[in-house]
Design a protein around this ligand. Structure first.
Ligand code: URA
Length: 422
């Protein structure tokens, strides 16, 4: 087998055979296929697509590139959630302890932010002492002891995806449904969860900009999970405006703790509960009541134990950025658009995200919103506060927001969007 013939097959709109797929994934993981060759193949896949059978084989080859975890010794059913990423998407933080408080075990392998979307591990690292990297044995211990664990995937899990994802990120080949679906599902299947709920985001702040593309991605991933014996369901959810009132690491942890304390923004609470119900249902616990577990403090108890078990101090003061800048409404009316992508880029430029994997994020940086689409605002009223340690970034953040905020004279043209679209 040689890599050039594999690239040519896909370049010329052919189907990759099982043998070609198994060989190229294995050879790339071993270093026998070079990055430039794999990036040519990734671009050919992005341009010419893959059919379902090719995607299934590609996913299986990525799973087989590394180890598989096994939670079958746990006394509880396992359930995990994966979001395709968005702005202000802190849902994993309240969700994992909430579902654990209702009786499931939640092994939540999470990632870091890149570009305008935040990453769960970066958010949790704003809690002093908290550790993202756990050995498989430590992960199982935290899961057994508290019911939930949120940590980084170890190097042994789907190593082909680790290499390929980093390559796609710098070659403009992230936004291909076959590559996204196989990347996400190879990790989730190798992780060994019994059930999985996918939160597929749709809108300006998401990878998928249209509901049709999001539905295609969702159904591809549900098919892959089901074929591998993982009970998998997907929700399509709105990402046209940020979730909640914060985008940025420590800011989002603070908001998540508010949700666990029984408060927090209505959209974050609604989505957390909707995903919790799906996870509990998929785990075979349809009678559990997540709203009660939020209200009676049992989800907060799990959160505190989970954070402490990973070295964090749940009572510690969270980092605050050194400088703030308030953005005011320039006219009176109804806030029609508060664009997720614009806010995500602004938070990123303020220091909440990284441009390259080796960049260090500012834990206190980000955007705090004071109004959401549909709210009536008056000229001069604060719309949002920008937070950063590097005030020279305010100008870049304001540039990103340009065109992302629209105040209409009346609510005549404002169309409220549900959080859960399908
Ligand atoms: N998240 C992943 O893990 N992989 C992708 O390709 C996109 C989002």
């Amino acid at each position: 087998m040689d890599v050039i013939s594999v690239i040519r097959t896909k370049r010329d709109r052919g189907r990759l055979s099982d043998e070609q797929i198994d060989w190229v994934i294995d050879a790339y993981t071993r270093g026998a296929v070079a990055d430039e060759q794999m990036s040519a193949l990734a671009m050919a896949i992005l341009l010419n697509g893959m059919d379902r059978a090719e995607i299934a084989r590609w996913t299986a080859a990525m799973i087989n590139s590394g180890e598989r975890m096994d939670f079958s010794s746990l006394p509880r059913p396992t359930s995990d959630k994966h979001s395709t990423g968005g702005v202000g998407d802190k849902i994993t933080l309240p969700l994992a302890p909430l579902v654990a408080a209702c009786g499931a075990a939640v092994p939540q392998l999470s990632g870091r932010g890149l570009g305008h979307t935040g990453g769960t591990l970066d958010k949790l690292e704003s809690i002093p002492g908290w550790r993202a990297s756990l050995s498989n044995a430590e992960m199982l211990d935290v899961l057994r002891g508290t019911g939930a664990v949120i940590c980084a995937a170890g190097d042994g899990l789907a190593p082909a995806d680790k290499k390929l994802y980093a390559l796609r990120d710098v070659t403009g080949t992230v936004e291909a449904i076959p590559l996204i679906a196989s990347s996400i599902m190879s990790k989730k299947i190798a992780e060994g969860t019994g059930s999985l709920v996918l939160d597929v985001k749709v809108g300006t702040g998401a990878f998928m900009k249209t509901i049709e593309d999001a539905r295609e991605l969702a159904s591809t991933m549900v098919g892959l999970g089901t074929d591998h014996g993982v009970r998998t369901v997907a929700l399509l959810t709105d990402m046209s405006t940020p979730l909640g009132l914060t985008a940025g690491n420590a800011l989002e942890v603070r908001e998540s703790v508010e949700v666990l304390a029984g408060g927090g923004p209505a959209d974050v609470v609604e989505l957390t509960l909707a995903l919790a119900r799906e996870m509990l249902d998929a785990a075979g616990l349809p009678d559990a009541d997540p709203a009660k577990a939020l209200a009676d403090g049992s989800a907060m108890d799990v959160w505190r134990r989970m954070i402490a078990a990973q070295g964090g101090d749940p009572d510690a003061t969270l980092p605050v950025a050194r400088e703030q800048h308030v953005v005011h409404a320039s006219t009176s009316g109804v806030l029609e658009i508060l664009d997720a992508y614009a806010v995500g880029i602004a938070a990123w430029r303020l220091g909440a995200g990284r441009a390259r994997k080796e960049d260090v994020v500012q834990l206190g940086a980000g955007v705090e919103l004071h109004a959401k689409p549909g709210d009536t605002v008056v000229a001069g009223q604060p719309l949002m506060t920008l937070h950063t340690d590097t005030p020279e970034k305010f100008g870049y953040a304001l540039e990103a927001l340009h065109g992302g905020i629209l105040v209409g004279a009346t609510d005549a043209t404002f169309e409220p969007k549900p959080i859960v679209l399908d």
